[in-house]
Structure formats: structure tokens, C-alpha cells
Design a protein around this ligand. Structure first.
Ligand code: PEP
Ligand code: CO
Length: 472
């Protein structure tokens, strides 16, 4: 067990103040017209109860440490941008169901614990490449996620409104509340796995495959129960929330000093990450997050050099604490096989053991001739394949995938089992930001990952299989 970091109580006072962070000119922040209103919102958020507990963040860190050692795999997924309107029981339940069914597929094939992290209950702010958007000659501020402004293309809706930060807290809280209730109240019971896909008729092959797998699991469970084994672990699951820590006002206001350890945790989510556009080594986001005790992710795009990755790792995780650091590579299907190997080699040569995760979404976005933002399932699968291939070649453990998905039957990404074409995208295109895999495409990707986890050196390197046959 890694010894707890020795932290003096006075460390808490070393979190930079919001004023100090803003003085660093942080990227991708809203510009609020009324600073007094913002100050009032921040003051209110500072007194709100935590959405997650520090101890849960520690527990996740411990699990991520196991993943980094090759003893587990992370499934992180959810919307690109959650919306306030999307906080409905059906929506949340469908997303959880998709994640759970993916996790079952992966667990059964790979026989490793799957650490489930939702891009959920806090993913309301988006970095944008342009500050403004122009439609028919009218230019307005770009949509930056419901935490900042509205999607409707009117001056009133696009205004940056600090009160939305309170709504962000409330929406995250409602989502977390339902997720916790569902996951501990029977919804995640493995005996209900057959029902997670029950209402899904489209695309028989992937659903048939899922049904067959669940029937196999049910036979195994029935066998275990008849042998007298009925473990609590079969009835509930551990599930964690995550989002990009983009809005410093919100994240700072949601930071609390843990009463057990006197150290700071961002209690707006268990796992928080720094995006590709805000990971400047001397930037305010890195400066702030390096003080927090949550497990931290950093997105690494195709321009990442090994030196960049190492410098970020040194800054965020100077103590090399197991489970602290997750490097989420999102290089694109065409680049991953050349850009990732030197990054891995340098980081490993420095003696670090981060969780290596693959985000096969953000390096593979393109716009169709009709002007629709999409991704091809084949590119997503190809980047995942490249990720496994590179890690296999480097002798490192591919620790997880980070994907944008929804539990609904949307048509936002082309290809996949339903062979969605560009002309189908208009049918049900609902995302307010990036295109997401629908439920079938997500499940299909889970089967692809499951397959890779059972092959070649990756399989042989898997030390977690606790069940080994014996001869008497
Ligand atoms: C995202 O995860 O939605 C995102 C914006 O990713 P990135 O920072 O990798 O571009
Ligand atoms: Co996105």
C-alpha cells in the first residue's frame, strides 16, 4: 500500500485563490458582465453540500492504481455535453444501462474488473475553438455548454449567465441522486442484465450477441447460487462521476477541505480532467488541479510530444502516487500509431505508471458535405485498435477507453452495425456539441474492446484472473 502523502494542514491554504487563477488569464472562461452576481453565485456554491465524498475519490484512486498495474480496465463514457433539459429519469437510466451493458461485455470477455466512470453529473461546460458563431450574417457568442449559456441562437440565450452555475450544481445533484439510487437499488443487479437491452429492437446482430452472452452469464450465476455463493458484489456496482474541470469559478467554489486529511478535493465529481485546450503547463487549470486530491486526467492530442507529457505528469503528480494520473490520448486513428509510442516510451522510462486511456472520439471528428459534424465508427474502432496495438508493442497496459455515448437510438456517428450513412444523420441528430455513439454502436465497440482484451500479449499480461483451475 502506498503510504499516505504527508500533507501539512497549512497546505490547504496553498490552493491558489480564484483571483490568482484569473490573473493567470485562463483559457476558455466565460466573460460575465455582472461580477457582483458572479460573486454571489460563487458564495452560494461554496456552502452547498458535496456531490461526492473525498473518501469515494480516494477509493477510485486506489482502483485506478490497480488499473495502472494492469489489474483492471476503465470504461469512461457519457455525453459530450450534458444539458439541463436532459436531466430526466429516462435519459439518465438509458445512459447507465448502456454503460452497464458495455461493462458486462468487457468483464465477461476479459475477466478483469471494469472501473465504470460516467461523463455524467457535471459535464455541462464546453471549450470551443471559436468565441463566436455566425448564422445568416448574425454573430453571437458561441454556445459553451449549459453551464455558461443557452443553445438557442438569440442574444439573450447566448449571454454568459452566472446563475447557470447554480443550475449546473442542481442538475448534477439530481443526476447523481438518481444514479446512486438506481445503482444501489437493484437496477445494476447482474440478474437484471438481460433487461438492460430489452427495449432495443433495432439491429438484431449486436443485440443477439448481447443476449447470448447474458444467457451464458445467467447460467454461470445460477450455478454459483446453487453452490451457495450469492455475493453482494453481484447486486450492486461501483460507479463514479467525471467531467472536464473547465470553469474555474465553479470548480474552485466546489472545492472543500476534507475533514479527515485536511487536504483539498473538488467535490463536484470523483474524477476530473483537463482538456486538450486548457492543458498549458503554466496555465491556470494545471496550476489549480495540481493542488486537488481527486484522481486527475489529462487529454493528450496529436501534437503532444513526450516532453509535454512528462512535464505535465511531473507537475500534476510530482509524488508519483499510484492512481493519481490518467493520460487520455486522443490522437486520431491516423496518428495514434506514430505519435503515441514515443510518448509512452519516455513516460515509462521516467519510471511512472499512469493509467493510459484512449479517447477515440476527439481526434476523429469531421464535417460532412452537408455541414454535419460527425465521426465514423470505423475510425473510432481503428483508433482503439491502434491503441491496443501500440501498448502491446510497448509492453504497457492499455488501461481504458473514454467515449462519448448516449443511451438513445440517435443517428450522430456514421457506420457501425446499423451502417448509418451520412444521409441518415438528419433522422435523429440531438447532440448540442460532438456526435455520440448510439446504444448499438456503443455495444459494438464494447465487443471490439472485449476481443482485444483477450488477445495476444495483452491477454498474457493480464494478472488479475483470480480463478485458476487446480489439480488435486
Ligand atoms: C471533450 O472531452 O469533450 C473534449 C472537448 O475533449 P478534448 O479536450 O480532448 O478536445
Ligand atoms: Co466532445
Amino acid at each position: 500500500m502506498f503510504p499516505p502523502r504527508l500533507v501539512r494542514v497549512s497546505d490547504a491554504s496553498r490552493i491558489p485563490s480564484l483571483g490568482q487563477l484569473h490573473a493567470m488569464n485562463p483559457a476558455q472562461q466565460p466573460s460575465y458582465a455582472d461580477q457582483a452576481e458572479l460573486a454571489d453565485v460563487i458564495a452560494r456554491l461554496r456552502t452547498r453540500p458535496p456531490l461526492v465524498f473525498a473518501g469515494e475519490c480516494d477509493e477510485l484512486r486506489t482502483k485506478l492504481a490497480a488499473v495502472a498495474r494492469g489489474e483492471g480496465f476503465v470504461l469512461q463514457g457519457g455525453d459530450c455535453a450534458e444539458t439541463f433539459a436532459g436531466v430526466t429519469a429516462a435519459n439518465i437510466q438509458n445512459k447507465l444501462r448502456t454503460l452497464l451493458s458495455m461493462a458486462v461485455v468487457m468483464t465477461y470477455a476479459a475477466q478483469v474488473p471494469i472501473v465504470k466512470i460516467g461523463r455524467i453529473a457535471g459535464q455541462y461546460a464546453k471549450p470551443r475553438s471559436k468565441d463566436t458563431e455566425t448564422r445568416s450574417g448574425v454573430t453571437l457568442p458561441a454556445y459553451r455548454g449549459d453551464a455558461v449559456n443557452g443553445f438557442d441562437f438569440t442574444p439573450e440565450s447566448r449571454r454568459h449567465d452566472p446563475k447557470r452555475l447554480l443550475e449546473t450544481y442542481n442538475s448534477s445533484s439530481a443526476t447523481m441522486n438518481l444514479a446512486r439510487a438506481l445503482l444501489t437499488g437493484g437496477f445494476a443487479d447482474l440478474r437484471t442484465a438481460h433487461s438492460w437491452n430489452a427495449d432495443f429492437v433495432r439491429s438484431a446482430p449486436v443485440n443477439e450477441r448481447y443476449t447470448e452472452l447474458v444467457q451464458e452469464i445467467e447460467r454461470a450465476l445460477a450455478f454459483m447460487v446453487s453452490c451457495g455463493m450469492d455475493d453482494e458484489a453481484m447486486h450492486t456496482v461501483d460507479f463514479y462521476s467525471s467531467h472536464e474541470a473547465l470553469l474555474l469559478d465553479y470548480e474552485h467554489a466546489m472545492t472543500r477541505i476534507d475533514s479527515r486529511t485536511h487536504t483539498p478535493y473538488d467535490v463536484s465529481g470523483h474524477f476530473i480532467w483537463i482538456g486538450e485546450r486548457t492543458r498549458q503547463l503554466d496555465g491556470a487549470h494545471v496550476e489549480f488541479l495540481r493542488h486537488l486530491r481527486n484522481p486527475i486526467g489529462i487529454k493528450l492530442g496529436p501534437s503532444t510530444s513526450a516532453q509535454d507529457a512528462l512535464a505535465l505528469a511531473d507537475k500534476i503528480d510530482p509524488d508519483r502516487e499510484p492512481g493519481r494520473l490518467t493520460l487520455i490520448t486522443r490522437m486520431g486513428a491516423g496518428r495514434i500509431r506514430t505519435v503515441l509510442p514515443p510518448v509512452i516510451e519516455e513516460v515509462m522510462a521516467s519510471g511512472r505508471q499512469p493509467v493510459w486511456m484512449c479517447d477515440p472520439m476527439h481526434g476523429n471528428t469531421f464535417t460532412t458535405d452537408n455541414g454535419v459534424k460527425t465521426r465514423a465508427f470505423s475510425d473510432v474502432a481503428d483508433e482503439v485498435d491502434g491503441f491496443f496495438g501500440v501498448h502491446e508493442q510497448c509492453g504497457t497496459w492499455p488501461g481504458g477507453i473514454h467515449i462519448e455515448l448516449t443511451g438513445d437510438d440517435v443517428t450522430e456517428c456514421v457506420g457501425g452495425v446499423d451502417e448509418l450513412g451520412e444521409d441518415d444523420l438528419g433522422e435523429r441528430y440531438e447532440t448540442l456539441c460532438d456526435p455520440r455513439l448510439n446504444r448499438n454502436q456503443s455495444l459494438e465497440l464494447a465487443f471490439t474492446v472485449a476481443q482485444r482484451l483477450t488477445e495476444g500479449r495483452i491477454k498474457r499480461a493480464n494478472p488479475v484472473q483470480e480463478y485458476t483451475p487446480k489439480t488435486f
